[in-house]
Design a protein around this ligand. Structure first.
Ligand SMILES: Nc1ncnc2c1ncn2[C@@H]1O[C@H](COP(=O)(O)OP(=O)(O)O)[C@@H](O)[C@H]1O
Ligand SMILES: [Mg+2]
Length: 469
């Protein structure tokens, strides 16, 4: 017998680990109480039997091959076969014991069956979360992010490294009030699951809309240890909704505009001719001067009416094959006659292989003039640049107008296509240019897109399909 008794009894019987002592032929020569009680084998079954008794066949080779070497403090994970044929997952530490004439191996085995099961549960869970298309974030109890899945990285534009440790506030779009977030927080702190639609901000500043479910993660003692946020990306849907609202609004305003233009246009023409008559016939200088002012104001109204009419009666024009580059050049010439352009460097980069487009040339000219004029205005008389390009992309032609002007404030971005929206001084802008342009481009089945960095400049992309829709 190689295990020494202390005066208190067999000390190793007190240990929770299963301990087996085997000789050079892998014969069990001793074991502790845990070893027999955990495996369910009686001591007399174990003693003098091969270790094979408690090893499933496929586990034997690895363990035996270690035991045959001159091993030193090794450990491995393997399985034990119990008396009732059930299997235990075990972690085994191997030690050597030398006695006078031979050596023994001591196996100190810890039952890790539960741990393995939990590991597997965790693995399954993390695989699901890792591969789901839903953006998912997990925060600790204070709200700091401790985990985000790849879908979340994709949706937010931030990398995992940039997000971990941060508060989800960095995605705040500013669209929801402080009170809104306070009520969400109170709700989840009360251990309730919150569901709602929110607008977040991507790393590049663009919005991403999600349907969000936040559920508190509660431990065994019902303490909140964190929060799980699962999103469903509804950005696409939101953008489509907004476009629909926008085009419906345009349509109804267009109808209204046609009516107003007609009703206002006629009396205005009579006023205008009366003013000219009086101007010609009167000798009163004061009246002459005031009439001049009236004429200016009438011209301004007439300009607005003209824009409205242009917009509301596109069918009055005929479509024909049109050289887009030629229109761009002509529009630029017109704009360059202006007084405000002397400090501006214009650059023109046109793709000459663009085929003709079937559009109304006058209308498309108007679009280019409007957008070029806006670019000039955006420079506010200061030195700067305007770059115009034309490209052929898949099934459409794209004209890009880039200015280095004052840019567009994010809160104005979705309003600039609305009629009468202008940030320019009274008398400088009608707020109709982009509205009219958008209507025209849309009637050709195209689209106008805007990107802008306030203070740095704006880019307008006018896209027109090669074949109308
Ligand atoms: N290139 C640009 N840079 C900055 N802001 C622009 C630009 N183009 C348009 N905008 C903004 O959009 C608004 C609406 O433009 P528009 O419909 O052409 O009306 P207007 O030029 O008469 O103001 C402008 O007042 C301006 O605030
Ligand atoms: Mg304009």
């Amino acid at each position: 017998m190689i295990v020494h008794y202390s005066k208190y009894g067999r000390v190793f019987d007190l240990l929770p680990e299963m301990i087996f002592i085997v000789d050079e032929e892998q014969k069990i020569v001793d074991h502790n109480i845990a070893a027999s009680s955990r495996t369910g084998f009686r001591s007399r079954d174990l003693l003098n039997n091969s270790l094979e008794l408690i090893l499933p066949p496929e586990q034997r080779r690895v363990l035996f091959s270690i035991l045959k070497t001159n091993f030193n403090d090794q450990s491995l994970e393997t399985k034990f076969l119990c008396a009732d044929r059930s299997i235990l997952d075990v972690h085994v530490d191997l030690r050597r014991l030398y006695s006078a004439e031979r050596f023994y191996a001591v196996l100190i085995a810890t039952d890790i069956t539960e741990l393995k099961k939990r590991e597997l549960d965790y693995l399954r869970f993390s695989n699901v979360i890792q591969h789901t298309v839903n953006p998912i974030q997990i925060t600790d109890a204070s709200g700091k992010m401790v985990y985000v899945n790849p879908a979340f990285e994709k949706a937010s534009g931030y990398s995992k490294e940039e997000l971990i440790g941060k508060n989800p506030r960095i995605l705040n779009s500013g669209r929801h009030s402080k009170e809104f977030w306070k009520s969400v927080w109170e709700y989840i702190m009360a251990r309730k699951v919150w569901v709602g639609e929110i607008e977040n901000k991507r790393q590049d500043g663009t919005p991403f809309h999600t349907e969000l479910v936040i559920s508190p993660i509660v431990d065994g003692k019902s303490n909140i240890v964190g929060f799980l946020g699962a999103h469903r990306d509804i950005t696409e849907q939101k953008i489509l909704e907004q476009q629909l609202v926008r085009s419906q609004k345009m349509e109804s305003i267009g109808t209204l505009a046609a009516g107003i233009a007609h009703e206002v246009g006629n009396p205005l023409t009579s006023i205008s001719s009366l003013v000219q008559v009086i101007q010609r016939t009167t000798a009163d200088d004061f009246a002459k001067e005031k009439l001049e002012l009236i004429k200016n104001q009438i011209n301004r109204i007439a300009r607005i009416i003209r824009d409205l009419v242009d917009f509301s009666r596109p069918s009055a024009y005929v479509v024909k094959p049109t050289d887009v580059n030629k229109l761009v050049r002509e529009a630029l010439n017109i704009v360059q006659y202006g007084k405000k352009v002397k400090d501006i460097s214009f650059s023109l980069e046109l793709t000459e292989t663009i085929p003709t487009l079937v559009v109304v040339p006058d209308q498309l000219s108007q679009v280019f003039i409007n957008i070029f004029m806006n670019a000039v205005d955006a420079l506010e008389g200061k030195p700067g640049s305007i770059a115009i390009q034309s490209h052929l992309r898949n099934e459409h032609v794209e004209v890009i107008v880039r200015d280095s002007g004052k840019g567009i404030a994010p809160r104005d971005r979705e309003k600039i296509f609305e009629p009468f929206f202008t940030t320019k001084a009274v008398g400088q802008g009608t707020g109709l240019g982009l509205w009219v342009s958008y209507g025209i481009v849309q009637s050709f089945g195209g689209d106008i897109q805007v990107e802008s960095e306030p203070g740095r400049g704006s880019t307008f992309r006018i896209k027109i399909p090669l074949k109308g829709e």
